[in-house]
Design a protein around this ligand. Sequence first.
Ligand code: DC
Length: 225
Amino acid sequence: MPMNIAIDGPVGAGKSSIADRVAERLNILHLDTGAMYRAMALHMIRNRVNMQDEQAIAAACEEADVQVRYEDGAQKTLLGDEDVTGLLRSGEVSAAASAVSRCPIVRERMVRAQRELAARFDMLIDGRDIGTNVLINAPVKIYLTAAAEERARRRYAQQVEKGDMTPYEKVLADLNMRDEQDMNRKINPLCRAEDAVLLDSTEMSIEQVVDAIIKVVEGTYGKRN
Ligand code: DC
């Protein structure tokens, strides 16, 4: 059975960057499931689908071909033949991803693809419903969170570095809006699995969080080199 590690948590908890480092240290792949919902959202934006119209989302979802590939261990997210990895991080795509992820057909398709990948490869998988739905029997489950203000502060600092001057208050408001949507949707809302280890990174450095996760993994799988 492949090694499967599930990491869930809210917006900006640092899941992606932490998951990248943990996966690198363990020499396994990292599946960023948010990128799959984001690619689906990009398809909807390009096709001018009304995000409030579940039927329109469901119909457009049938035409979208979201795929994941790995190049030198790094995830590439594809829409059909197009590598859209670099187009998925805008505010517009983030908001649309949260909206499309409410749609049952979208979730069904994404979850099926994620389970297929997890059954084939040693992987660390991050998202919102990995430990509670996608891989309910994952041997290691982590719920990674931090105070909303701290998550917004980190996101704001990242954006400033990239030249995006969106004010902190707006970053915090957007983050709270997405959390609210992700935690209260009808299907597979974000919540901590009962058997997930809770890690609150508010006062931890990235290295400390990475070390803490490796320790949990080693407790289950033993040391790897
Ligand atoms: O992790 P992220 O911010 O890239 O995710 C983008 C959106 O996708 C998020 O707001 C909710 C949705 N998502 C989801 O519903 N289930 C997942 N497993 C991963 C992401």
